[in-house]
Design a protein around this ligand. Structure first.
Ligand SMILES: Cc1cc2nc3c(=O)[nH]c(=O)nc-3n(C[C@H](O)[C@H](O)[C@H](O)COP(=O)(O)OP(=O)(O)OC[C@H]3O[C@@H](n4cnc5c(N)ncnc54)[C@H](O)[C@@H]3O)c2cc1C
Length: 294
């Protein structure tokens, strides 16, 4: 049986060296960022690997920048820095709120946004927020650079479309249009709001003259991956930004959910949470549409 000491460990200082080290490591090679997921997986041997490539010595992978028509967040940016960012709070409230309720402050001080997406947990907090904000990930791999929507990266519980030699370098979030608002809510088992989600919901809306012209809803812990509740989104389009519309969309979101029962919650309770949390996320997103800096 492989033990911790059996894998090669490297700390490259350039992206190309890191990609080469991962490619050399083969199918089980892993990027190490904050380590809040990976180190646990290695310690309990849920994951056996041949190579761990620590990317923290590579410059340029952290930070939050205003690019004008978009915001850029480096993959190594800590959750705690996203939580503290005024730019993120003003432009992308759903992401700011998701960061502020991910785990506890000590975990947030280590955890990175790239690691949250790379882990691909169905219970991810940042994933649903990034999805409703239309975020894309920039990726460096053996074939060069490419950009993919975050929602397209998730393929299954703990699985992404990334090759083992791919590294997410940063995330690009479009600047919100006028009348756009967003929000994220979750409920954890202890009710503290900072433990792993029994269920989570993020929503974004674009409102013109009181009518929702576009709405996005993404759910967590309500299916095998963070996913868009497309039937609920359909309910929103072209309808007044009013309580009746919100209730109809929340009902549709419960139908979009396909939860399992586990130690945190039964499937039927999660279906109820899909309805309740979608309701709350939509109300908050509509309220924030008047506050977001476009
Ligand atoms: C006590 C505790 C509570 C937690 N609570 C929550 C919670 O409430 N909500 C929540 O969403 N998560 C929670 N988590 C999970 C975890 O903290 C987050 O998923 C975190 O964001 C992972 O980031 P990291 O930098 O630590 O990733 P790492 O552990 O370093 O990596 C995680 C995975 O992503 C891959 N990866 C990392 N960076 C990249 C990159 N740039 N490109 C490609 N792949 C990459 C790694 O290879 C690995 O497979 C919790 C974890 C703990 C230990």
């Amino acid at each position: 049986m492989k033990r911790l000491k059996d894998f090669a460990y490297q700390e490259p200082t350039t992206l190309d060296e890191a990609v080469a080290a991962l490619a050399e490591g083969g199918d089980t090679a892993r990027v190490l960022a904050g380590g809040t997921d990976l180190i646990v997986d290695l310690k309990i041997e849920r994951l056996l690997t041949t190579a761990v490539v620590n990317i923290k010595r590579i410059p340029g992978l952290s930070g939050i920048d205003d690019l004008g028509e978009a915001s850029r967040i480096g993959a190594l940016t800590k959750v705690t820095d996203i939580e503290a960012s005024t730019l993120v709070a003003e432009r992308h409230p759903a992401l700011s709120q998701a960061a502020s309720i991910l785990a506890s402050p000590p975990v947030r001080a280590l955890a990175t946004i790239g690691g949250n997406v790379g882990r691909a947990s169905p219970a991810s907090d940042l994933g649903p927020a990034l999805i409703v904000l239309g975020a894309s990930a920039r990726i460096r791999g053996t074939g060069g650079d490419r950009e993919e929507l975050v929602e397209a990266l998730y393929t299954g519980p703990g699985r992404t479309s990334l090759a083992c030699s791919d590294i997410i370098t940063d995330f690009i979030i479009p600047k919100p249009a006028a009348g756009c608002g967003s929000a994220h809510v979750k409920l954890g088992k202890r009710g503290s709001g900072t433990d792993i989600a029994m269920a989570g919901a993020a929503a974004s809306v674009v409102i013109a003259e009181g009518v929702i012209t576009e709405g996005k809803i993404a759910l967590a812990s309500l299916g095998p991956i963070p996913f868009r509740a497309t039937n609920a989104e359909e309910v929103l389009r072209g309808r007044p930004a009013a309580e009746e519309t919100i209730a109809a969309a929340a009902e549709a979101a419960a139908g979009d959910a396909s939860p399992i029962g586990d130690i945190r919650a039964s499937a039927s309770y999660r279906t109820t949470l899909a309805r309740v949390l979608t309701l709350r996320a939509l109300r908050a997103a509509i309220a924030s549409s008047r506050e977001v800096v476009a």
